[in-house]
Ligand binder design. Structure first.
Ligand code: NAP
Length: 239
């Protein structure tokens, strides 16, 4: 059975990606860190066509332990699509940024990408097929003030996307990234859309489903000749 693993699938963009992957016919592994209620809601929205896998992507032992146990218990299933979506922000000007603010943002986006992808890669290489999609950010392309930690984390994932794509291209595995601008989720709940919208050519924030659409495009078998790319889903805010 073909599976898609979506990290941070309990809320926001990750939830929309889980729903889209299920609509594409995948059995979806819905990862989350702590919000079990929302993770169960995702599972109910995909009509139970998947399961919850709880782990902190920033914790390498947990990633290894939970995914190894899942593989051992499910020899007939295979993770064909990996969407590294889990991410957090903890903004502040660099001068006042604490070590923990730097570490946890880097560890979640960049560390999480490394730990989860490294685990999943082996079986993709054996099957000679895979789709890896990393949800990055406008911040990782442009850099945003107040987000040196977040911009570094996402910029790092963009560079790793391009490097890994070159390592595994001949094995039938594509590695791409999707870079959202402002999308309506819990992460942007404190930002005034009306105030920001004047800067966005499309004049509004995006919806999680619009990001999921780009992820689904890259996840499809027909996208086999697209790799090492970053697709922006930002209403034209930056290009
Ligand atoms: P969100 O609504 O805050 O949801 C974050 C998701 O990530 C939740 O499912 C959360 O799980 C999960 N998560 C956080 N830390 C985790 C960890 N250590 N291990 C496993 N799961 C973890 O965020 P979002 O707006 O949907 O963002 C999704 C991705 O898009 C992130 O990578 C973010 O940086 C990126 N992005 C978002 C925007 C935007 O405007 N919203 C723009 C650019 C990029 P719990 O529910 O268990 O906490």
């Amino acid at each position: 059975m073909k599976c898609a693993l979506v990290t941070g699938g309990s809320r926001g963009i990750g939830k929309a990606i889980c729903i889209k992957m299920a609509a594409m016919g995948y059995y979806v592994l819905v990862n989350y860190k702590s919000n079990e209620t929302e993770a169960k809601d995702t599972l109910s929205q995909i009509a139970g066509n998947g399961e919850l896998v709880q782990f902190d992507v920033a914790d390498k032992e947990q990633v290894q332990q939970v995914l190894a146990a899942w593989v051992a218990a499910n020899p007939e299933k295979y993770i064909e699509v990996l969407v590294n979506n889990a991410g957090i922000k903890d903004d502040g000007l660099m001068l006042w940024m604490k070590d923990e603010q730097w570490d946890k943002v880097i560890d979640t986006s960049l560390g999480g990408f490394f730990y989860v992808t490294r685990f999943v890669l082996n079986s993709m290489l054996l099957k000679r097929y895979g789709r890896i999609i990393n949800v990055v950010s406008l911040s990782g392309l442009k850099g945003l003030p107040g987000q040196t930690n977040y911009s570094a984390a996402k910029g790092g994932v963009i560079a790793a996307t391009k490097a890994l794509a070159q390592e595994v291209g001949r094995k039938g595995i594509t590695v791409n990234a999707v870079a959202p601008g402002f999308v309506k989720t819990d992460m942007t709940a404190g930002i005034d859309e009306k105030e920001m919208a004047v800067l966005i050519p499309v004049r509004r924030f995006g919806n999680p489903e619009e990001v999921a659409h780009a992820v689904a495009f890259l996840a499809s078998p027909e996208s086999g000749y697209i790799t090492a790319q970053v697709i922006s889903v930002n209403g034209g805010l930056y290009s």
